[in-house]
Design a protein around this ligand. Structure first.
Ligand SMILES: Nc1nc2c(ncn2[C@@H]2O[C@H](COP(=O)(O)OP(=O)(O)OP(=O)(O)O)[C@@H](O)[C@H]2O)c(=O)[nH]1
Ligand SMILES: Nc1nc2c(ncn2[C@@H]2O[C@H](COP(=O)(O)OP(=O)(O)OP(=O)(O)O)[C@@H](O)[C@H]2O)c(=O)[nH]1
Ligand SMILES: [Mg+2]
Ligand SMILES: [Mg+2]
Lengths: 289, 276
């Protein structure tokens, strides 16, 4: 779609055979609209556009008759570069490796726990899940049903989420599990008490992966949300879910640009096999529309 | 401070965009604002901001008089639809409690027969709110559950049927077809269209809200919107664009995870919160 927009902008210029600074600015305006419509954060878009303009000047877009193609390539390459390299799984020096799943309400944490568990089973590993969401109605039951579906034990318990987490890691060690995946309740990034609880759960088990599960439809607040979880927890990665919808997912770019946290996995459906490794190339294409 | 210049309009543009208002709607709003400011000779920054809030609120104005549609012949059927995780099930629980407190007799229909523990989740809300409950076993046909619930409501003298449906992405045509079927089956059981088909939207959602409203509107005959999770920081500006194009009144607002956390939508509140 960005290609189509730019072709329109540049079609009149082709006839003139050269580009003025105004022409390039009009083209950059189209890039800005495309990026904002993709839910990239306003502040991130501003910096992004500045870098694009710099590169456009650097590559002498003013002298090019294929300026639209060049510009699309520059934008795409810039997104891919920003999104960064693939990050391998952080295995603990001694088992179990602990993965903590965190995020806003309804983002897909519980489902993602089961997806990751299934992935690990397929890789010949022995995971366990911990049902530390004691707040949402039937959340523990939900994880138990999913655990049965993927053939992975689920630890449930009494007391507080911290108590359950402590019991779970003991049990995981006792059963020689390779990975303990900790499901937590959805919470607001601005809820200090619940953010403290999350930090307490982390402290109780000692985590090796701390993943922010983010809904691909999230808009401008992606930056504030990610920053808050990053500040409180120190994230090792982001999982972006519901990419089987048609949200462009610009939040991914925003979060990476502002917090530096890399996207590790992508949720592509409700089924427990709908989890993929993150691909910056594919994401760049999607953001550009 | 107090200087009316281009800087103000670019500040306002930034605030609107940061609130998830689309680029096109932002331009539209600011152009109308400039006209209004010129015509009415508004000369202060406060005056312009007040005018802007008024302009945004007035796009929703006609919603304020509307609660949820109550039919002449009970029970009412209010169906809840939307993408995954937005708050459909929780909203039903809150609404059931509110109806009980008004002396009504709501019945909850567990129309999400797909997702793990969805039926159990709604059952907890039925217990908490004191509502009647109709569910079947997981994997059973969603439309049949809604049909049975309507029949049960009539037999028991319930006043309202609140029907839950499974979350779904509007890009999945088979699931959207299934939803269309549920609506038609409900229509047959009621002898009229559902009294409300409420599309539940998460306030954190960006521009995809428009896509959701278009597709669900088309398939399910959406009559109104519920905006959830406004207790967070997201402003829900994508809603502004929906008003002119699609005529979808915002009826209810979810303000938290507790049973009491549901209010009627207020356009003035929405406009003020946008710039808070
Ligand atoms: N289409 C689609 N749906 C998903 C995906 N991931 C999760 N879901 C669905 O999103 C909804 C919410 O998922 P949950 O796993 O319950 O989300 P959660 O973050 O644990 O929610 P809370 O515990 O309430 O905060 C469910 O309907 C899931 O089936 C995905 O990648 N694609
Ligand atoms: N903070 C906040 N959380 C909410 C609100 N409404 C719902 N939630 C939470 O959002 C999460 C998802 O709510 P559900 O009611 O399961 O959403 P759903 O649309 O039925 O989800 P699916 O059936 O899986 O598509 C739960 O953790 C709820 O407690 C709200 O107004 N504010
Ligand atoms: Mg959960
Ligand atoms: Mg539900």
């Amino acid at each position: 779609r960005l290609t189509r927009r730019l072709t329109g902008v540049f079609s009149s210029l082709r006839r003139q055979g050269r580009l003025s600074e105004d022409d390039v600015n009009n083209a950059l305006r189209e890039v800005r609209v495309a990026v904002l419509e993709a839910d990239v954060n306003y502040g991130v878009a501003k910096d992004f556009l500045a870098r694009i303009k710099e590169k456009a000047v650097g590559e002498n877009l003013f002298g090019s008759l294929t300026a639209d193609q060049t510009l699309v390539r520059i934008v795409r390459d810039e997104i891919v570069e920003l999104l960064g390299e693939d990050v391998p799984f952080h295995w603990a020096p001694a088992p179990p490796t602990v993965v903590l799943m965190a995020g806003l309400q309804g983002s897909g944490k519980t489902t993602t726990c089961a997806k990751l568990a299934r992935w690990l089973v397929k890789d010949g590993k022995k995971p366990m899940m911990a049902a530390c969401d004691l707040q949402r109605p039937a959340a523990v039951h939900q994880l138990q049903v999913l655990g049965e579906q993927v053939g992975v034990p689920v630890h449930t318990g009494q007391g507080s989420p911290v108590d359950v987490a402590k019991e779970a890691i003991q049990r995981a060690r006792h059963l020689f599990c390779d990975v303990l995946i900790v499901d937590t309740a959805g919470r607001l990034a601005m809820d200090a008490e619940l953010m403290n609880e999350l930090a307490a759960i982390e402290k109780a088990v000692g985590s090796h992966e701390r993943l922010l599960v983010l809904d691909a439809t999230i808009g401008q607040e992606s930056v504030n949300v990610a920053q808050a979880f990053q500040d409180r927890l120190g994230l090792t990665g982001v999982v972006i879910t519901k990419l089987d919808g048609d949200a462009r997912g610009g939040a991914v770019l925003s979060v990476r640009a502002v917090t530096g946290v890399p996207v590790r996995y992508v949720g592509t459906g409700e089924a427990t096999d709908a989890l993929e490794r993150f691909s910056s190339e594919r994401m760049a294409g999607r953001i550009l529309g | 401070r107090g200087v009316i210049d281009e800087n103000l309009y670019s500040v306002l543009e930034e605030e609107l965009l940061l609130a998830d208002t689309s680029v096109a709607v932002t331009e539209e709003i600011l152009s109308e604002l400039r006209d209004a400011v010129r015509k009415d000779k508004v000369t202060t920054v406060d005056g312009i901001r007040e005018r802007l809030r008024h302009e945004i609120a007035s796009r929703f104005d006609w919603d304020r008089v509307k609660g949820l549609n109550e039919p002449a012949v009970p029970p009412a059927l209010w169906l809840f639809v939307g993408v995954n995780g937005v708050g459909k099930t929780t909203t039903i629980g809150k609404l059931a409690s509110s109806l009980k407190s008004k002396g009504k007799r709501p019945l909850l229909a567990a129309g999400d027969t797909f997702r793990a523990a969805a039926i159990e989740q709604l059952q907890v809300w039925a217990e908490r709110s004191g509502a009647d409950f109709v569910g079947a076993s997981p994997g059973s046909d969603s439309a049949s559950v809604v049909f049975s619930a309507i029949e049960a409501a009539k037999a028991r003298g319930c006043t309202h049927v609140l029907a839950d449906t499974a979350g779904r992405q509007h890009t999945k045509s088979a699931l959207m077809t299934e939803l269309g079927k549920t609506v038609r089956v409900a229509e047959k059981a009621m002898g009229r269209a559902p009294d409300e088909v409420l599309l539940v939207l998460d306030a954190n959602t960006g521009q995809n809200a428009v896509r959701q409203a278009e597709e669900f509107g088309h398939i399910a005959g959406v009559t109104g919107l519920v905006l959830t999770k406004v207790d967070g920081t997201a402003k829900g500006g994508a809603l502004i664009g929906l008003q002119r194009g699609l005529h979808l009144p915002v009826k209810l607002v979810g303000t938290g995870e507790g049973i009491e956390d549901l209010r009627l939508f207020d356009p003035k509140w929405f406009a003020e919160r946008l710039f808070a």
